[in-house]
Ligand binder design. Structure first.
Ligand SMILES: Nc1ncnc2c1ncn2[C@@H]1O[C@H](COP(=O)(O)OP(=O)(O)O)[C@@H](O)[C@H]1O
Ligand SMILES: CC(=O)N[C@@H](CCC(=O)OP(=O)(O)O)C(=O)O
Length: 306
């Protein structure tokens, strides 16, 4: 299941990331490594601020006074999280629209520019399914994890490492940061062992625990295509805003949390056990949900606590 060995990028210029994790199929998840040179910070911040105060950016924007007030209200949060490592898992389900991708990337770049150390991990399940479909291979899932035979693994690797990863790296670069994409295989970043259920799941593995604690992550945020954990998954209004480990395990037992949400919840549970302070599952379809989650009191989705 979830797991990974996260190795911090050691360049003195690095501000960001590394990692792969989540449903841990051996090397299925890949990680753009984003580096920010110290001397690029000001330019980067400047362009981010411009995008907040420039009236051309969004015709729905509030007046400039309101915008700068909102910006200044972010200060305590920036001070709190500056220098802290935040792991963001960008689920494939929340990647479907280009506009949303651009919004997520802009948030990542802004957060990095104000000093947060972002570890950006991506998925790409829907895109994998699309390519499997083109090759007439039927996708199969067990408790939210892909049943991965050798030919599926080939496609998974091609899509995640070759396509999705490079696409996200290009978007980050275009947004003014410098990204390097890594997969678990690079530099032995992730060492996986076969999943206990590998006789059914195939090429799916668990990575050595301790990965998030190992990089001292403060927060884990999973972006997906629902508002968060729903009490009733047919009712988008039934968002559970906060829940503890015991409560969420019960939701799995009761069948209320199912499918792709199971590995996400397990990911949060394991991360909390490893010392990550807070974990959240938030709506990647909501514009700037990452900023809402990190830079406001309200948050955006479900917070799972220890
Ligand atoms: N209780 C629940 N609350 C919200 N979503 C749930 C719940 N149980 C199952 N799900 C499903 O989990 C899905 C998210 O997992 P998944 O499709 O794997 O997303 P991603 O590609 O972002 O990893 C949701 O779209 C929803 O269909
Ligand atoms: C879920 C699972 O078994 N593994 C994913 C790996 C990529 C991922 O994490 O993709 P999502 O974020 O879109 O789920 C898959 O093969 O589809």
């Amino acid at each position: 299941m979830l797991a990974a060995k996260i190795l911090p990028f050691t360049s003195p210029h690095s501000k960001l990331l590394v990692k792969s994790n989540d449903f841990a199929p051996s090397f299925q998840n890949t990680v753009p490594l984003v580096k920010f040179k110290r001397n690029s910070k000001i330019t980067c911040l400047k362009s981010s601020l411009q995008s907040i105060v420039s009236p051309e950016i969004d015709s729905d924007s509030p007046p400039a006074q309101t915008r700068v007030k909102i910006l200044s209200e972010a200060l305590p949060f920036i001070q709190k999280f500056r220098g802290k490592t935040i792991v963001v898992k960008y689920g494939g389900a929340a990647m479907k629209s280009e506009a949303l991708q651009a919004s997520v990337i802009a948030d990542i770049v802004l957060l990095a520019c104000v000093g947060l150390r972002i570890v950006f991990v991506h998925g790409g399940g829907p895109e994998i399914n699309q390519w499997l479909g083109r090759l007439n291979i039927q996708p199969n899932f067990l408790n939210g994890l892909r049943v991965t035979d050798a030919s599926t693994m080939e496609i998974v690797s091609m899509v995640l490492v070759g396509k999705v990863n490079k696409h996200l790296v290009a978007l980050i670069n275009k947004a003014g940061a410098t990204a390097v994409g890594l997969s678990g295989i690079d530099g032995r970043l992730l060492i996986a062992r076969p999943s206990p259920n590998s006789s059914q799941l195939g090429f799916v593995g668990d990575i050595a625990t301790g990965e998030l604690a190992g990089i001292g992550a403060e927060k884990l945020i999973l972006l997906t295509d629902v508002a968060g954990i729903l009490e009733n998954r047919e009712d988008p209004g039934s968002l559970v805003k906060q829940i503890d480990i015991k409560g969420v395990k019960k939701m799995i037992e009761d069948g209320k949390v199912a499918g792709g949400m199971i590995p996400k919840v397990n990911c949060c549970i394991r991360s909390l056990a490893q010392g990550v302070r807070t974990t959240s599952i938030i709506d990647g379809r909501l514009k700037h949900s990452l900023l809402l989650e990190i830079l406001t009191d309200e948050g955006a989705g479900t917070m799972i606590t220890g």
